[in-house]
Design a protein around this ligand. Sequence first.
Ligand SMILES: [Ca+2]
Ligand SMILES: [Ca+2]
Ligand SMILES: [Ca+2]
Ligand SMILES: [Ca+2]
Length: 271
Amino acid sequence: MKPAQVVLASVLAGALLVGFPMKGPALPAVERVDRSSAPLLAGVDRAWWATIRSSIQSVNRFGWKVVGDQRNALFGWSVGTAGDVNGDGYDDAIVGAYQYSNGQTDEGRAFVYYGSASGLSLTANWTAEGDQANAYFGTSVGTAGDVNGDGFDDVIVGAPDYTIGQTGEGRAYVYLGGADGLSLTPVWTAEGDQTYGHFGGSVGTAGDVNGDGFDDIIVGSPYYDNGMCPMWAAPTCTTGRPPAHPSLRIGRLKAIRRLRHSAFRRGRPGT
Ligand SMILES: [Ca+2]
Ligand SMILES: [Ca+2]
Ligand SMILES: [Ca+2]
Ligand SMILES: [Ca+2]
């Protein structure tokens, strides 16, 4: 089994941050890209990706690579820029491992690596955890932009299975950047307030949507049903019917995730 990896491949004029969250047999580097990075490639032009792939093959090395230190933590499930959280002029990177366990099983963890003149740090400069079993903190990670306008970029993390009032409602967290790095506690959190709505399944910056000089954020709640039958309860569900037994729901959710990855592996990202 290969441990999960995250790689920053410097290719062409830009850079590509790629996660390999899935365990599996050793494969050539480029093949690992094809098999497991597809969630990051949804919407990417195929010709452009072919060029990137060719460049990786020719270079046959990555500019930066870190490897998860815990089995089945799914390190690299989510990756992205963190912006410049410490204001040193170098952008930083954020990585999620949503099944990381450190006191709580599958609570999840996010890792930020600071950039520098010599590249990204090889050890995490900042981490945060879900601190609730099965919260899946780090399923989604990203820059929040600069939500408080202090010149330091901030980060946002989703924990779509967090429960605080409603089972599996989900929660999103924003941590502030600063001269000393990211804050250890979130400055902002929000919850989905709907059972199994999985708020925080996706997170990101929305830019400054109201032009007030402060960046805004956006959070997805992919199973919010708005009174309709949730996908996992079909076909027997009718509107307003209580959700199916949690074990059934979780089983179907996992099946959906597996199907999604199968589709990606078949080269049909976004389907
Ligand atoms: Ca920085
Ligand atoms: Ca913990
Ligand atoms: Ca800020
Ligand atoms: Ca704003």
